[in-house]
Write a new protein. Sequence first.
Length: 319
Amino acid sequence: MTNRTLFSTLFLSALIISCAEHTEPDWQMGPFVKYAGNPIITPQGDSWEAKDVFNPAAWSDGETIYMLYRAEDSTGIGIWNGTSRIGLATSTNGYHFDRRPEPVFEPVDDWELPGGAEDPRIAKIDDTFYLTYTAYDGETARQALASSKDLLNWERHGLIFPELGWTKAGAIVPRQINGRYWMYFGDTNIWIAWSEDLINWTPVEEPVMMPREGMFDSGLIEPGPTPLITEHGILMLYNSADGDLVYRTGQALFDINDPTRLLKRSDDFFMEPDLEIEIDGQIPNVVFIEGLAELDGKWFLYYGMGDSGIGVAVYDPMD
């Protein structure tokens, strides 16, 4: 073997190793590519969705994507600055949505007013949709629960953790594990709770995931869309912020046989604010994921853009 051949072989080997080191681990989803036409939904009218729309949940029946999204009106003063309601929109291609003219879920209880019903997440189990959302009375944000057969008519089940005070971001694992249902929640650490009937929930005392010093998720973490059951375990796409409150997204894997056990966690973020609306929106430097749905073999990840509009990023496993 000549020196030139030896050098070429070593260089090629090093290149292959280098590329392998930068390949996403097989337990993660992605890459997700932001749609060039973002934002796909923006405020409209002079009523319930006039001020901002953001932070959508999503579910697909294989032919249509159903999006539940947070909308703010222009009322209010002080820290809540607009009452939030939940609207419904549908799409047959994942990008272009038809919106219902009126909200499908409105705040009515004392713990929901004046701030409203915020940040929906949706899980369908058997023939029932379970909606977790943040009930905000203008001072304290608390997780609440409702259920529906059709996404239009809702039965309210009240606060999920009335004894805990401030709680946000409930993401239900859409399958029973060891005779129980599980829900990740929290907006500083991520905690977990279990239920036997999907209505009454018992929180586990210790958090299952915490911020990491010096990393993209050093300031806070909270669950994103409904977790997925994969061949590797329970996959959670999550939201995070660093010490400067720049919001980015990560991925975490939990044990399918023990949902309290964190197995793996991404070393780097997979999405960050880089568009004008994400950087200079109502809340600056925010991408916030809450909806993930599959359609035509592609995965559509819906997210809030600076708390001002709704965008989508797409992962095509065939690319």
